[in-house]
Design a protein around this ligand. Structure first.
Ligand code: ATP
Ligand code: MG
Length: 301
């Protein structure tokens, strides 16, 4: 089959591994820079060009769309969908998960544990949201944050209010979340591929830090999930319509709580921690789904 990976660079670990995995399974694979596409839209005649040439026959697209180019990247994925090419994640699902607030709103309609989360705009409204989630300690998060940047723990009301005021004064959208102390600086990431958990790890924060991000020095280890955690991860991915997803959860005293679902989960941390061939699992699943014939059941939203 002919695979196309949408990625800013072929040197990125995840991209390299997907290429390796596809080649090892005798597929042809091209890495294309998401920003190298041109498209034209006309009635019943969508066109997609890469570096000036029509894309030709493609069987599977694996989108790895970075947050900074979400809008354009999604347009490229959508154009492939218009051309009836199978995409490992649908553009709609990627869009749904990219917006943190939208994602938890969607998840809240499903049987998935969530960290109590408040949202508002403006200083005064945000102050009252602190109470809505149960009062301090609270975690305050920049809506656009990533890798633990813009995630602050406020232990007292005074601290919470000053953080809220500070973000509001620079017009940043934020979420206010109940702090889950039992997490003890640890979170759980499960990789879901085609409705199945293929690998899972815990990430533990360095001493004195509550954010477990690997970019903040956290350390990863393979994890064994409880049936409840496994179900939660699969349900969260399904609720957002993602076939490939990294589901981040915290282990609370009342069970797993989903924090976030990522549509382009990084493969390096999880493959190193678990020694699972996650790239291979993605490629095999996508090749199976994209195969023409009666096996094919593609959902269009
Ligand atoms: N409500 C909470 N209670 C306890 N710990 C939390 C809570 N929210 C976040 N954390 C810790 O902080 C870390 C960073 O938070 P989060 O994942 O929400 O932000 P991020 O990593 O910056 O965003 P993204 O995952 O989108 O890159 C989590 O991995 C978790 O360890
Ligand atoms: Mg995170």
């Amino acid at each position: 089959m002919r695979f196309v990976i949408l990625s800013r660079s072929r040197r990125l670990y995840s991209t390299r591994r997907l290429v390796e995995a596809a080649r090892a399974r005798r597929h042809t694979v091209a890495v294309t820079d998401t920003l190298g596409y041109q498209m034209s839209v006309a009635t019943r005649r969508p066109e997609l060009l890469y570096q000036g040439k029509p894309v030709g026959k493609v069987d599977v697209v694996i989108p790895r769309i970075g947050a900074s180019i979400t809008h354009f990247g999604l347009a490229v994925v959508r154009q492939y969908e218009m051309l009836d090419v199978f995409c490992a994640n649908e553009s709609q699902a990627i869009a749904r998960s990219r917006d943190k607030l939208r994602a938890i709103q969607v998840l809240s309609a499903h049987d998935v544990g969530l960290v109590p989360t408040g949202f508002a705009r403006g200083k005064d409204q945000l102050r009252s949201v602190i109470n809505l989630v149960g009062g301090p300690p609270v975690v305050i998060k920049l809506l656009e944050g990533t890798q633990g940047a813009g995630v602050v723990l406020a232990e007292s009301r005074q601290a919470a209010e000053s953080v809220v005021d500070a973000f509001a004064s620079i017009n940043q959208s934020i979420l206010v979340q109940a702090f889950v102390p039992e997490a003890e600086g640890e979170d759980l990431r499960a990789i879901v591929v085609g409705g199945r958990v293929v690998a899972a790890m815990t990430r533990k924060a360095v001493e004195g830090e509550f954010r477990s991000n690997l970019h903040r020095g956290g350390s990863a280890r393979a994890a064994k999930l409880t049936p409840d955690e496994r179900r939660t991860a699969v349900r969260a991915a399904r609720a957002l319509g993602l076939s490939v997803a990294g589901v981040d959860m915290i282990r609370s005293s009342s069970g797993p709580l989903v924090m976030e679902v990522n549509s382009s989960p990084g493969l390096e941390g999880i493959e190193r921690a678990t020694a699972v061939d996650v790239a291979g699992a993605i490629v095999e699943w996508a090749a199976r789904k994209a195969r023409p014939g009666p096996m094919r059941d593609r959902v269009r939203r």
